[in-house]
Write a protein that binds this ligand. Structure first.
Ligand code: ATP
Length: 263
């Protein structure tokens, strides 16, 4: 008897993105299955961020199809992607710096509010239930990320690693089915990296959230990924387990080329 076919959380089929004459992403197909941690790696300018922008609805693809849990996302607006269940952290911190940790997490949660403020006057009970659910979720995230003592501090007063943790929390507060992590450990010290690695595994194992991450830190890629996709000049040049990709001559050549370019 054949195994039950699972629907990918994310499936991009032959997606491309052109900016004028530049093909930032060229005919790339990738998927993330439920419960997987998948990495997207490649030298600078390879097309990783553009790919993230395509699969999270920030940019429309020039060609190709993006399915989220089997549903074609063509024509959806970026906030509709968030409602489908795609959470994201950004390469540069994207928090409300003067807001407290709790306030920032609640903002992440508000995509779940179905009733606008004026309606809350009419449907007070419904919007109140949403507010209670939001606060409960935020408390769960605070406990999970071990940031209880930071909860009422303005984000601007936190250390960089703590701010990154809050950003991760904000994405989790949306209760995504897929979490996109954009170079989340960049600029962190070893201890902070280890914490984020542990949280990433727990996010998958405890919450059942699939993860797609752009990562330059090869130790993190090797330790966490079930599978790895490698981009170079907008094209997919390899995919496989971390060990397979690390042993692939095309991948080594792409990274050596990058070192050569910087020499
Ligand atoms: N809005 C844009 N307009 C024009 N060209 C762009 C735009 N965004 C990206 N590009 C180009 O597309 C290519 C891929 O860029 P992208 O940022 O996706 O690469 P990356 O792999 O994320 O790089 P890095 O690791 O440096 O962040 C680059 O040549 C870049 O200059």
């Amino acid at each position: 008897m054949s195994a039950v076919q699972q629907t990918p959380v994310l499936e991009a089929t032959r997606i491309s993105k052109r900016f004028g004459g530049v093909k930032a992403v060229n005919d790339v197909s990738l998927k993330v299955m439920p419960g997987e941690i998948v990495s997207l790696i490649g030298p600078n300018g390879a097309g990783k961020t553009t790919t993230f922008n395509l699969v999270s609805g920030v940019l429309p693809p020039s060609d190709g199809q993006i399915r989220f849990q089997g549903r074609d996302t063509a024509g959806l607006k970026s906030h509709q992607f968030a409602r489908l269940g795609i959470g994201r952290t950004f390469q540069n911190l994207a928090l409300f710096r003067h807001g407290t940790v709790v306030e920032n997490l609640l903002v992440g949660r508000h995509i779940h509010f179905r009733y606008p403020v004026w309606e809350s006057l009419v449907y007070w009970g419904r919007s109140r239930r949403e507010e209670i659910a939001a606060r409960e979720k935020v408390e769960q995230v605070i406990e999970f990320l071990e940031i209880e003592e930071l909860r009422d501090k303005p984000v601007s007063q936190l250390a960089y690693g703590q701010q990154k943790r809050v950003e991760l929390g904000r994405a989790l507060a949306c209760e995504p089915s897929l979490l996109l992590l954009d170079e989340i450990v960049a600029g962190m010290n070893r201890e902070e990296k280890e914490d984020i690695a542990r949280f990433t595994l727990d996010i998958r194992d405890e919450f059942g959230i699939a993860v797609l991450m752009i990562e330059h830190d090869m130790q993190v890629v090797m330790d966490l990924s079930d599978r790895v996709y490698v981009l170079d000049f907008g094209c997919l040049i390899a995919e496989g387990t971390p060990a397979e990709v690390a042993a692939n001559p095309a991948v080594l050549a792409a990274y050596l080329g990058e070192e050569g370019a910087h020499a």
